[in-house]
Ligand binder design. Structure first.
Ligand code: SAM
Length: 198
């Protein structure tokens, strides 16, 4: 494998994440998106949907600093991260009072979703499942994201991207699509950002 394809296809990032102490290669996707597309300041609060094993949380913590707050939700357990509030449940089951313990940080400045359904390889099915997840992310956004806040959602290229883009266009003043370098070139995942919740 050439150096270039190794870099593009993510092995470079897998090795780098081990060396730099990140829990997943995905950390570099968020790092790039926060450097290029989304402005995050110290003291802000971020909700990470589908956060396990915690690679995004590690990066998000660096951006918000000690005065900020990160909350994460996942079906799977996550090894403890200092200062992070973790909910071990499906996002379909999130309730209004789930974040009472950190209510001084609500509503969130930024909602992230790196969730994906279990992939079957059948395009229509996978896109339909992804759109179902996106609907749940949007319900969370409607309740927990602050006015003029930002959302970042992973989707698949194709139907779920089109669906999410039009849903975000209704709710946000700016919508942008991005494929970070750490996202494998043979993966059809893509990230969509909605800024300035109306
Ligand atoms: C690609 S991983 C996230 C990786 C993470 N961004 C990181 O950097 O470590 C996707 C996660 O979404 C979670 N997930 C999928 N569907 C979910 C749901 N309905 N509710 C909560 N978590 C879900 C999975 O359990 C999985 O841990």
């Amino acid at each position: 494998m050439s150096l270039k394809s190794n870099y593009r296809d993510g092995d470079f990032f897998t090795k780098r994440s081990k060396k730099e102490g990140y829990r997943s290669r995905a950390s570099y996707k968020l790092k790039e998106l926060l450097q290029k597309e989304i402005r995050v300041s110290k003291g802000q609060s971020i909700l990470d949907l589908g956060c396990s094993p915690g690679g995004w949380i590690q990066v998000a913590k660096e951006f918000v600093g000690k005065s900020g707050k990160i909350a994460g939700v996942d079906l799977k357990e996550m090894e403890f991260i200092e200062g992070c509030f973790f909910l071990n449940k499906s996002i379909e089951e999130i309730e209004q009072n789930d974040f009472d313990e950190i209510k001084e940080f609500l509503p969130f400045d930024l909602v992230l979703s790196d969730m994906a359904p279990n992939i079957s390889g059948i395009r229509e099915r996978d896109n339909a499942l992804m759109m179902g997840l996106v609907d749940h992310v949007l319900s969370v956004v409607d309740i927990f994201l602050k006015d003029r806040g930002t959302v970042l959602i992973k989707v698949f290229q194709g139907e779920s991207l089109d669906y999410t883009r039009s849903a975000l266009n209704e709710r946000f003043r700016q919508v942008k699509i991005s494929k970070p370098k750490a996202s494998r070139s043979n993966s059809n995942e893509i990230y969509i950002v909605g800024k300035e919740l109306k």
